[in-house]
Design a protein around this ligand. Structure first.
Ligand SMILES: [Zn+2]
Length: 84
C-alpha cells in the first residue's frame, strides 16, 4: 500500500434504534455509527409487517374513503329509484 493516500479504514460500532449493535469497518470519522434500521429489525429480514404511519395518514384515508363510498352508494340508490 502507498503511504498517505489511503483513507483511515478502522473498526466502528453500529448502534441501531432497535437496540441491536454490531461491529463493522468504515472510513468514517469517529468510532460509532447510529442507524434507524438494521438487518435485525428491517421487515424484509424479520418477515413481519411494520407500518410506519406516524401521522395516522392511513386511518385518515380509510375514513375519508368510507364516507365517500357511503355517499356514492346513496347516489346510486337514488338513481336506481328514479329509473324505475
Ligand atoms: Zn435494528
Amino acid at each position: 500500500m502507498k503511504d498517505a493516500i489511503h483513507p483511515d479504514y478502522h473498526p466502528v460500532m453500529v448502534h441501531c434504534a432497535c437496540g441491536h449493535t454490531f461491529k463493522t469497518r468504515s472510513t468514517m470519522k469517529g468510532e460509532s455509527l447510529r442507524v434507524e434500521i438494521c438487518s435485525n429489525c428491517h421487515p424484509f429480514f424479520t418477515g413481519k409487517q411494520k407500518l410506519l404511519d406516524t401521522a395516522g395518514r392511513v386511518e385518515r384515508f380509510q375514513k375519508k374513503y368510507a364516507t365517500a363510498k357511503a355517499a356514492n352508494d346513496k347516489l346510486n340508490e337514488a338513481r336506481a329509484a328514479k329509473k324505475k
